[in-house]
Design a protein around this ligand. Structure first.
Ligand code: ACO
Length: 325
């Protein structure tokens, strides 16, 4: 088995910023409520003309440049997203065409906010076994396209963006362990009810606003804390490490209160937690991806340090990856 690590990173956040003050004019809410309940101050919103693959492509280009690779050097592209450009084909195929990555096999992974961790785990298998050499893993979301801008309980939470990494063989360090879990009995807690095969688009669907995210926030909150803490503990055990051996935790950025509870349960100090929730909100699969990319670009993570990625999302699904730099 080859050692697999991150050899390039990239990010793209759309230009438009929607602040809590802007939201106060759209729904009955307040900056104070949003800040104290979630830790979010603002989020990026993609332009009407920007699709998820456009955000993904911009992040991917930066990651390729950082890895000093050409598009033709990539033999696998996985896009983790719940907001694909179209029902079919895969968003990864649009990214492939945009980049000119002719030699890549391409598919999407649907694991909501844990999508980036799921995609990284899949790519790890391909590279470790020698099936692929260089993989582009992208967490990209245009959540604004499935957000109900009349529902204050959800619309204040979400944003758009994309983070990308190039995974390849490394001589030392790299991915030390991965862990994925899910519970399909909890699909009812967080979903977009219509627009798929169960309930295709119709006038009624649109009138009932069933084509937007519905969430039982309270229930998701409790399970999120438990499942992320457990995922982190299992990944640590698989890597034969203790919390004290980990320098950074990069959690899914859904809610600052969830992040604080998870890092406390795992035994991390606040200074070890990398956050971008205040400026980006919850970008589903793009959250863990962009937070990791930003931490790397800001030179926070030093050679030899150990990073824990941990996330959960609709499904419900959860997972953790431990990487040595
Ligand atoms: N502004 C003002 N008041 C609000 C707002 C708002 N935006 N939203 C809800 N409220 C009100 C509610 O109506 C309620 O009022 P009431 O007491 O009069 O009934 C009150 O605030 C409290 O509502 P709760 O839902 O109990 O608030 P809570 O503290 O649980 O926070 C939140 C809600 C932020 C959604 C939280 O539950 C949460 O973060 N849950 C997890 C979300 C998450 O992580 N989702 C997973 C990923 S998303 C994905 O997969 C795409």
């Amino acid at each position: 088995m080859k050692k697999v690590g991150i050899i390039g990173v990239g990010e793209y956040l759309p230009e438009k910023i929607l602040t809590n003050a802007d939201l106060e004019k759209m729904v009955e809410t307040s900056d104070e409520w949003i800040t104290t309940r979630t830790g979010i101050k603002e989020r990026h919103i993609a332009a009407k003309t920007e699709a998820t693959s456009d955000l993904a492509t911009r992040a991917a280009r930066e990651a390729l440049k950082d890895a000093d690779l050409k598009a033709e050097d990539i033999d696998l592209i996985i896009v983790a997203t719940v907001t694909p450009d179209m029902q079919l084909p895969a968003t990864a195929c649009f990214v492939q065409a945009n980049l000119g990555a002719k030699k890549a096999m391409c598919f999407d992974v649907s694991a909501a906010c844990a999508g980036f961790i799921y995609a990284m785990t899949v790519a790890h298998q391909f590279i470790a076994r020698g099936t692929c050499k260089n993989a582009l893993i992208i967490g990209a979301e245009k959540l604004s396209s499935i957000t109900d801008w009349q529902d204050r309980s959800t619309c204040v939470l979400f944003g758009d963006g994309a983070g990308a990494v190039v995974l390849g063989e490394v001589k030392s360090g790299g991915i030390l362990s991965t862990y994925l879990g899910s519970d399909g009995h909890l699909t009812g807690l967080l979903n977009v009810p219509a627009g798929g095969s169960r309930q295709p688009f119709s006038k009624e669907v649109m009138e009932k606003r069933q084509n937007f995210i519905k969430m039982e926030g309270n229930e998701v909150f409790k399970i999120a804390v438990m499942s992320m803490a457990e995922a982190g503990q299992i990944a640590l055990k698989k890597a034969d490490l203790k919390c004290q051996d980990v320098n950074w935790i990069i959690p899914h950025q859904a809610n600052l209160r969830i992040i604080n509870a998870v890092s406390k349960r795992l035994g991390f100090a606040n200074a070890q937690v990398y956050l971008n929730i205040e400026k980006c909100g919850n970008m589903s699969s793009a959250s863990t991806a962009t937070a990791l990319v930003e931490a790397v670009k800001a030179d926070k993570i030093k050679k030899g340090e150990v990073v824990m990625l941990v996330a959960f999302g609709a499904g419900l699904v959860w997972g953790s990856v431990i990487i040595k730099w």
